[in-house]
Design a protein around this ligand. Structure first.
Ligand code: NAD
Length: 502
């Protein structure tokens, strides 16, 4: 039975950009919202639009992770016993609740992360799409059966791993957890989420909705925290698998630590996405698309445009990109960065690019004063391919333009970067599109699409330094990641004159 949501479960009342305080972030363990028992520290959660503390988060230690594992382990067997269709039914109900509470979710995301409300609404829509994929899993997991020889069948079935964990970044506090949760929970597991300590609140609202949707206590748990919490999750012997989404540096650490502890791990990292523009590109499509890609969510998307590789004479397109970007309001169009630390880091990258000889054609630094962590859209032209602005993930509304003479040079620059998340070409030529799509080192590619996120049911995942582990995190690969495949060979009619071969 579910316990009713405890009084500490969140209800967020903000419906505009005015400052609103929220309840403190809490853990959700065995169906009860609660503070960590032995916190290792405490952090403020700042509203990025106002630079003011809207809530606080206590950082959980190993004892809290252990409590979450115990609650999850207690709940997991009964959940795993249910037919998969019954497990998926919870997600049908969750979908309706996400639709019902759409505005509350969107405004909470907008307040804790800073993204403008339209982008926050887009995040909730994409989160709903992930839940819909979860609803479809009973059909996809129907399995395969074949009579491999007379009277003998082989069959595949999927068994849960038990207790599993997900660790997520600050930039999509609702959608990224839902990249993992439907596949893991419909697959029969009990899940422990460690949200970003910068944006820990949306995960709690999701907990409230799960309880209302009828998910048994202990199947969706939350431990709030940072590095120490993550390390405890990686080390805990009661956790069978870890999914991670965040920066490359931490993805590598988590992958190594979880694998060393004998766990299954899939860790998505950072990105530096290249957009190649050739002279035959359609100007209208290209310009709108590039600006939306590098400024959407204030550039805090792992699929955002980072480097524009301009091949030959494309000055009219670049000029129009600059004009459109300069016209965007930093407050209403771009939105603030989530932290001031991020803004300060990006300001130093822009200053260094300028010192290295790049031209700041659109300068968003004027917005970086007053309250809130704003930085306007910024375009750097003539960026050296070896410089920090071209190499490092900036994760802000900054576009670095690298000029080259040929398509070969553009592809080489793309291939030389260690990341492999996304890559796009803008062209009206099928030949150019085919050539680039066949050669770039990226897992998610676009032709005239600036944010080539594969929509469900296609899986999300990059290559190279953008992912450690095998397979994609969403789609069918996600279900396979969170489950064991059992191969069952059956022979009922025992015939003495036959071996297993005939
Ligand atoms: P981050 O790596 O700093 O944090 C991600 C998670 O790891 C958080 O929950 C955090 O608490 C934890 N963490 C941070 N430092 C840690 C450490 N030293 N040891 C263990 N755990 C630690 O990432 P972020 O700043 O929250 O998010 C932005 C990054 O995420 C960007 O690099 C972005 O490209 C990436 N990202 C990638 C994808 C993708 O699909 N590839 C999607 C979204 C975001």
């Amino acid at each position: 039975m579910n316990t009713p949501p405890s009084p500490a479960s969140p209800a967020f009342t903000g419906r505009g950009y005015d400052f609103v305080a929220a309840l403190p972030a809490q853990n959700l363990i065995g169906g009860r919202f609660q503070a960590p028992s032995q916190p290792s520290g405490e952090l403020p959660i700042l509203n990025p639009r106002h630079g003011r503390e809207m809530s606080r988060v206590l950082l959980s230690g190993a004892a809290d992770v252990d409590a979450a594992v115990k609650a999850a382990r207690a709940a997991a067997p009964a959940w795993a016993e249910l037919p998969i269709r019954e497990r998926a039914l919870v997600f049908y109900r969750l979908r309706q609740l996400l639709v019902r509470d759409f505005e509350e979710l969107a405004w909470l995301i907008s307040h804790e992360n800073g993204k403008v409300i339209d982008q926050a609404r887009a995040e909730v829509e994409k989160a709903i799409e992930c839940v819909e994929f979860g609803c479809s899993l009973p059909n996809l997991a129907a399995g395969t059966q074949l009579e491999v020889s007379r009277g003998v069948t082989c069959e595949l079935t999927y068994a849960p791993l038990g207790v599993v964990a997900g660790i997520t970044p600050f930039n999509f506090p609702l959608m990224v957890p839902l990249w993992m949760i439907p596949q893991a929970i419909v697959g029969g597991n009990a899940f422990i989420l460690k949200p970003s300590e910068q944006t820990p609140l949306s995960a709690m609202l999701l907990g409230r909705l799960f309880a209302e949707a009828g998910l048994p206590d202990g199947i969706y748990n939350i431990v709030q925290g940072g590095r120490e919490t993550v390390e405890a999750l990686c080390d805990h012997p009661g956790i069978a698998a870890v999914g991670f989404v965040g920066s490359t540096k931490v993805a590598k650490l988590v992958y190594g630590r979880a694998c060393a502890a004998g766990k299954r791990a899939l860790c998505l990292g950072g990105a530096k996405n290249h957009l190649i523009v050739v002279p035959d590109a359609d100007p209208d499509v290209t310009v709108d698309n590039i600006v939306a890609s590098f400024t959407g969510c204030a550039g805090q998307r792992c699929m955002a445009a980072a480097n524009l590789v301009a091949v030959g004479e494309v000055d009219d397109i670049i000029e129009a990109v600059c004009q459109k970007a300069a016209a965007l309001s930093a407050t209403e169009g771009v939105g603030p960065l989530t932290t001031d630390a991020s803004r300060q880091r990006i300001l130093s990258i822009i200053a260094q690019a300028e010192a290295d000889g790049a031209r700041v054609r659109v300068d968003g630094r004027g917005a970086a004063s007053g309250e809130g962590f704003y930085l306007g859209a910024t375009v750097l032209d003539g960026v050296d391919p070896g410089s920090r602005a071209a190499q490092e993930e900036i994760f802000g509304p900054v576009l670095s333009i690298i000029r080259v003479k040929t398509l070969e040079e553009a592809i080489k620059i793309e291939n030389d970067n260690p990341y492999g998340n996304a890559s796009t070409v803008y062209t009206t030529s099928g030949d150019v599109a085919r050539l680039v799509m066949g050669r770039v080192q990226a897992g998610m590619c676009g032709v005239n699409v600036g944010v080539p996120v594969p929509r469900e049911p296609f899986g999300f995942g990059g290559w190279n330094d953008s992912k450690f582990g095998h397979g994609d995190i969403t789609g069918w690969d996600g279900f396979r990641f969170w489950t064991h495949v059992r191969k069952i060979t059956t022979k009922w009619a025992l015939q003495k004159d036959q071996t297993w071969l005939n």
